[in-house]
Design a protein around this ligand. Structure first.
Ligand SMILES: [Zn+2]
Ligand SMILES: [Zn+2]
Length: 349
């Protein structure tokens, strides 16, 4: 195969299927994989509409499971035919940051190195909506997809499931059983996966706040106590104080709501700081309460080990919030669909 079909982000509002050269093995540590399923990341929609601006063109899609087609001669853990989860970030597994588990900041790659997000325009890593993708550092990056997990269920493990999980796991490990407040919003699936993770990890009370009825219903179905608001600005804060809060709203008012609802000495975990370049915060109040605010991209490869483990045991179900499974060919139209989560499958027709 000398050329492949690749869904290409050209510019905001413009996704196209392009024929591009097939990726080849470059080093003995590489693998070439065929994506089997791709989950739509919350960020994908923002990139397509232009509210999270990235310059194109680049291969699109980044939450994927795949089948190995070819491996380099130094790859020992995988062979052609194996099914794998591919973390969306590129990480070598050997540099200081990777060894610390900080796999979102591999020192052997360009900053933010990832599939499907245009992080290296000159020599694109490619995207998941593609016939073939090259995985550098295959042994370090890939995780086997266990028999019992479908490629469709496994795709989200590569990013949004891990992203939701890491907003609550540290807090619930240190303070077992603590109630958790999750402010939902534009990081729609991450907020809902945070609900699932908090329940899995034993929180005694998971409160999910949102203005969107579909997401509220999914959170309720997961077992959360839900609170419908008209807006975060109008709601101001929750009536209770929570030691652990999550801001998945991507809205300045949502972040302020989460901070105001955080108990003294508590922890706010942000998914994305918002889509504006600056956000006004009430820092004197944050100071008085002694609140710790954590914000940063997920370390997908490190967290995936935990979420895959919970999924294997039946404790987490990435499909629980998936609205539908569509063929790759429907990906362009479905990028702007309002459903919180959609998965695309090579096997679907
Ligand atoms: Zn993503
Ligand atoms: Zn590295």
């Amino acid at each position: 195969m000398s050329s492949i079909q690749q869904l290409t982000f050209v510019e905001p509002g413009k996704l196209e299927w392009w024929e591009v050269p097939a990726p080849l093995l470059r080093t003995g540590k590489d693998a070439i994989v065929r994506p089997l399923a791709v989950a739509r990341c919350d960020l994908d929609t923002a990139v397509v509409v232009g509210s999270f601006p990235i310059a194109g063109p680049f291969g699109f899609g980044h939450e994927m499971t795949a089948e190995i087609v070819e491996v380099g001669d130094q790859v020992t853990g995988f062979a052609p035919g194996d099914r794998v989860v591919v973390p969306f970030q590129i990480s070598c597994g050997e540099c200081t940051n990777c060894r610390r588990g900080w796999t979102n900041a591999c020192q052997n790659e360009v900053p933010y190195a990832a599939y499907g997000l245009g992080t290296r325009l000159e020599d694109d890593y490619g995207g998941a909506f593609s016939d073939l993708v090259r995985v550098p550092y295959a042994d370090a990056m890939l995780l086997p997809l266990p028999e019992g997990i479908s490629p469709e269920a496994g795709a989200g493990l590569s990013d949004n499931v891990a992203d939701g999980y890491r907003t609550v796991d540290q807090g619930l490990r240190e303070y077992p059983g603590e109630p958790v407040l999750i402010a939902g919003g534009l990081a729609q699936s991450v907020g809902l996966y945070a609900v699932h993770a908090a329940i899995t990890l034993g929180s005694s009370r998971v409160v999910y706040v949102d203005f969107d009825k579909t997401r509220l219903e999914l959170a309720r179905a997961a077992g959360a106590e839900v609170l419908e608001i008209s807006s975060y600005e109008a709601a101001v804060r929750h009536e209770s104080d929570f030691l652990i809060t999550v801001d998945a709203s991507a809205l300045p008012d949502g972040l302020r709501y989460a901070m105001r609802s955080t108990a003294p000495c508590g922890f706010v975990n942000g998914v994305i700081g918002g889509l504006e370049p600056t956000v006004a915060l009430e820092l004197p109040a944050v100071y008085r309460r002694g609140i710790t605010y954590t914000l940063g991209r997920v370390h997908a490869r490190s967290v995936m080990e935990h979420t895959l483990c919970h999924t294997c045991k039946g404790e987490l179900d990435p499909m629980a919030i998936v609205d539908r499974v569509l063929p790759f060919a429907d990906s362009i139209d479905a990028m702007l669909d309002p459903a919180p989560k959609i998965v695309f499958s090579r096997a679907a027709s």
